[in-house]
Design a protein around this ligand. Structure first.
Ligand code: URA
Length: 203
């Protein structure tokens, strides 16, 4: 099994697509190798590219507030992106860039083995649920093998539109409930969480 910092070093040296040509830093991810919950955004922006860390700009400040709503902080979780290098002028990542970068995310998932993945925005939702629409499935938890995946709006969406802010804040409050429930020992006679039905609407 690869260590997280070996994967990070390989990402920093990656030249598998053209995005490496314009980067200052690749942004592998940040957080604990033992994290039980992993947040997956879209791609680094200007400040992330400058610092080599995910979500350090305005969307990142809001993400910190959202994590606090869920009772979390950055040291407890792992935060990464679908694409590890900044697309020029913050354009959307292209399909070939997402495909090329998939292997890194898969290695991170295999190493960290989180119990819960929260996708932030359309691109990371599509990685797990291609063809779905974020407005329909945000805040819903879905099981895939042993992994619970919860798609959420991207925090940057909430910086521009108040209604998204309320929706994403509500979804993070529900996440707090999910985490509290998942940390409770099963009451005797109750089925453990892994045996719950595959699709549940939160609350
Ligand atoms: N937006 C993202 O999706 N990821 C970052 O790291 C920063 C902004």
């Amino acid at each position: 099994m690869l260590q997280l910092d070996e994967i990070a070093n390989s990402i920093r040296n990656c030249v598998n697509c053209d995005l490496h040509k314009g980067r200052v830093h690749a942004v592998p991810g940040y957080g604990s190798e033992n994290a039980e919950i992993m947040f997956i955004g879209e791609a680094p922006g200007y400040y992330e590219d400058q610092q080599g860390k995910p979500f350090v700009g305005a969307a990142g400040k809001f993400l910190d507030q959202l994590l606090a709503l869920a009772g979390l902080d950055r040291e407890q979780v792992y935060i990464t992106n679908i694409v590890k290098c900044r697309p020029p002028n913050n354009r959307d990542p292209l399909p070939n860039e997402i495909d090329t970068c998939r292997a890194w995310l898969q290695q991170q998932l295999d190493t960290i083995k989180p119990k819960i993945v929260v996708t932030l925005g359309r691109y990371s939702m599509a990685y797990f649920f291609p063809g779905e629409t974020i407005s329909k499935i945000h805040g819903q938890q879905r099981k895939r093998d042993d992994l619970l995946i919860i798609p959420m709006y991207h925090p940057a969406a909430a910086l521009h539109q108040e209604r998204f802010r309320h929706m994403i804040e509500d979804d993070f409050r529900k996440l707090r409930t999910v985490l509290e429930e998942s940390n409770k020992p099963p009451a005797s006679g109750e089925k453990p969480a892994e045996e719950e039905p595959h699709q549940m609407r939160l609350l």
